[in-house]
Design a protein around this ligand. Structure first.
Ligand code: XMP
Length: 320
């Protein structure tokens, strides 16, 4: 049982000092490694690890081909400003070959997990001689995995899997007692720029979670382009999270005076505090219309745009 620290009760300075001390104590004079995705959780872990370990920590950004537009370079640049060196590792081929033909949501997650830990990251860790892996697992990930709602990609101990045996290294999870709102508070206290710690959450499986059915490079690119539009239009919205989902069904549309049996994008935009429950944001209709207009304009092959109005539960926030 993990003791929750609520955002309200969180003493950020004390929390940071305690986690930094724990990381130092665990790693000693050894080496640690962490993967930065640019999301809130891994950004906060990177900063905590950097404070605790300095150059004993190697931070890598695994380019899996499933990230948002320009993400790797953007994240590396932001951290460079904070004095943290981020190494970008191109693993796109490996991820897409693991995802080939995989359509089941849990099998997709599993393919990404295995490619990340066993292949790409496992290889990097072995080469680096690091024995410790810092990871940004939060309490919500644990809850939902234990409840069997979703297999989050980073919750080994709770599932009875020993990462030392299975993958050859020890995982440190300094954020495990927090939920998203607590992580954001820690991010702010660590001096991360607002654009990092206050970003909308983005799932580990990245755009593969936003594509129903097979995550091919072309389908991921479609979801990526739609995400660009969404992030542009909803930039200043106060929503907890929003996403563009590529559907598998085709629908008839019209383009340049011709019938086009095209693809559909579903938009979801959520109001939520901690992702456990969520309601669709009441976006102004004019905003929805602008989203539709710009998505069909900017994303090749899209002829239909829908907005999800069901709440979580029974919906989940992601569609995959
Ligand atoms: P759901 O879809 O479960 O999402 O209602 C709740 C929150 O968790 C994120 N999420 C994930 N994060 N790996 C992650 O790291 C996953 O497989 C995953 N699935 C969902 C989701 O974006 C939302 O913020």
């Amino acid at each position: 049982m993990i003791a929750e620290i609520t955002a309200k009760k969180l003493d950020t300075a004390g929390f940071i000092a305690a986690r930094v001390a724990e990381i130092r104590e665990a790693v000693g004079a050894g080496a640690a490694i962490n993967a930065l995705s640019g999301g809130v959780d891994s950004s906060v872990v990177t900063m905590l690890g950097h404070l605790a370990l300095g150059t004993q920590l190697r931070t890598v950004f695994v380019e899996n081909g499933l990230m948002r537009e320009g993400e790797a370079a953007r994240v590396a640049a932001l951290f460079k400003k904070l004095g943290v060196r981020v190494e970008i590792v191109d693993a796109r081929k490996e991820f897409f070959s693991a995802l080939k033909g995989v359509t089941d949501p849990e099998e997709k997650r599993e393919a990404i997990t295995q490619t990340f830990y066993r292949k790409v990251f496992g290889r990097l860790v072995r080469a680096s001689k690091a024995r410790f892996l810092l990871q940004g697992t939060i309490l919500t990930d644990v809850d939902e995995t234990v409840a069997g709602i979703k297999r989050q990609h980073n919750v080994f101990a709770q599932l009875g899997i020993d990462p030392q045996k299975a993958f050859g290294y020890r995982i440190l999870e300094p954020l495990i007692q927090l939920r998203k709102d607590g992580v954001r508070k820690v991010g702010a206290a660590l001096g991360l720029p607002v654009e990092l710690f206050n970003r909308i959450p983005f799932p580990g499986p990245a755009l593969a979670a936003r594509v129903i059915g097979e995550a091919t490079p072309a389908r991921i690119e479609t979801a990526r382009k739609a995400t660009v539009v969404l992030e542009r239009v909803l930039k200043s919205s106060r929503a907890f999270q929003f996403m563009a989902i590529l559907h598998q069904d085709r629908v008839t549309g019209m383009r340049d005076g011709k019938r086009d049996f095209g693809q559909q994008i579903e938009i979801r935009c959520w109001d939520s505090i901690d992702a456990r429950t969520a309601k669709p944001t009441r976006l102004p209709f004019a905003t929805l219309e602008r989203l539709a207009r710009e998505i069909v304009r900017d994303v090749p092959g899209i002829v239909s745009v829908t907005y999800n109005i069901a709440a979580k539960p029974p919906s989940t926030m992601e569609a995959v």
